[in-house]
Structure formats: C-alpha cells, structure tokens
Design a protein around this ligand. Structure first.
Ligand code: COA
Length: 185
C-alpha cells in the first residue's frame, strides 16, 4: 500500500501496511496490550473479531516485524428517523519501542485512503484531541453529531470525524453509536 501521505514515510522505507491475517492475531494481542499498558483494548479487538464486527484491520510491518495495528468497525448514526452506517477508527496501536517514528501516521493515512476509496463520506473516532487534527479530523459535535462519549456541557473535542465527502454533511447527523463492545473498554 502506498504511504505517500505519511510525512515520515521516506524515513521508513521498509514499512508496509497490509490487511490483518489470522496468523498475526497472537502477536497483535501482545502488541496492543503493550501499547495501551492494559488488556481492555486487546479484548475489545477479540470481541469485534468474534462478532465479525471488524470492518477493516490494517497491520504495519517493518521488514517481518509487526509494529502496529489500526482497526475499524461500523458505527450507526441515528437522526431519529433513519440509521446511516459509517466507519470508526479504534483502536490504533504502535509497539512502544517503535512509537514516534511515523508508523501511527502511516496507518491513519492508509485508513483514510481506504475508507475514501470504499465510498464512505465520514470516518469517526474517539481519541487524543492533539493527535488526529493533523490528519484532518475535526470535532464532530459542532457538525451535528452526538455520542455517548460526550456528556452534555462536558469536553467534546476527543470525539472527532474526518469528512471524506463534504456532501454527506448535508444529510448525515445525529447520535453516533459505536459497537456494544466499546462499552466494556
Ligand atoms: C497514538 C499512537 C498510535 C501514535 O503512533 P506513533 O507511531 O507513535 O505516532 P507518529 O509517530 O505517527 O506520530 C507521532 C506524533 O504523535 C504524537 N502522539 C503520540 N502519542 C500521542 C498521544 N497519546 N496523544 C497525543 N499525541 C500523541 C507525538 O507527540 C508525535 O507528535 P509530533 O509529531 O508533533 O512530535 C501510539 O503512540 C500508541 O500506540 N499509543 C498507545 C496507544 C494509544 O494511545 N492509542 C491511541 C488511542 S486514541
């Protein structure tokens, strides 16, 4: 997969991104656990896999070494009259020893390109408010989207969306429901 959008891709000539394969799973479980320093996100991925709710899982490799993963599932956007489905990015993890080398960025750019090519107009996430704006993610609340991750009157900037097709904004808004498995994280 082309990594042209990653500003650091030139420094990582051996970096490849491909789809997750079953043989990757034990290593990915360890990687995700190590990156987050706890087991919840690895368990979340197990449940999404078990329920066939993983829309896409990209893995990053440096040579033969698995160094990162970005997972995507579908969210339902409910405007009270109809439901629309869009992808959401979560979780994303890079091996602790390989962080801050551009691998996370390469994964995010690859996900954005894949979702755009698949025809999705929006990509949601809940994450660090200072990391994702560099990829074009903006707070979702001011665009008319709500989430269980945002309390009325509370901070909302961690609930973000990348607008891949501006025309979608005219028609999609409402409450964004993540897969039930996210409630356990
Ligand atoms: C977040 C994560 C995926 C980023 O991957 P990465 O390969 O380290 O990121 P990159 O090298 O592409 O980008 C590095 C930049 O991200 C920033 N960054 C890394 N982790 C960050 C965090 N938790 N919050 C805010 N910024 C972060 C760094 O400060 C750096 O910024 P700079 O370029 O301005 O110096 C990785 O740090 C990770 O696995 N963290 C632990 C798990 C996690 O928190 N996942 C995300 C949940 S939203």
């Amino acid at each position: 997969m082309a990594l042209a959008h990653s500003k650091l891709a030139a420094d990582l000539p051996n970096l490849r991104i491909r789809l997750e394969e079953p043989r990757d799973i034990p290593q990915l479980q360890a990687l995700v656990h190590a990156a987050f320093g706890r087991a919840e996100e690895a368990r979340l991925l197990d449940r999404l896999r078990a329920e066939e709710a993983l829309l896409l899982s990209h893995v990053a490799l440096l040579g033969d070494e698995l160094v990162g993963q970005a997972a995507y599932s579908l969210v339902h956007v409910d405007d009270g009259e109809r439901l629309c489905r869009f992808p959401a990015l979560a979780p994303i993890a890079v091996s602790p020893a390989r962080q801050r080398q551009g691998i996370g960025s390469a994964l995010v750019w690859a996900g954005l390109a894949t979702m755009r090519a698949a025809g999705f107009g929006l990509l949601f996430l809940v994450g660090h408010r200072s990391y994702y704006p560099r990829f074009g993610f903006v707070p979702a609340l001011p665009l008319g989207f709500g989430s269980d991750y945002v309390q009325p009157g509370g901070a909302h900037e961690h609930f973000m969306v990348a607008v891949l097709d501006d025309e979608i904004l005219g028609s999609a808004r409402g409450h964004v429901r993540f897969h039930n498995a996210f409630a356990e994280v």
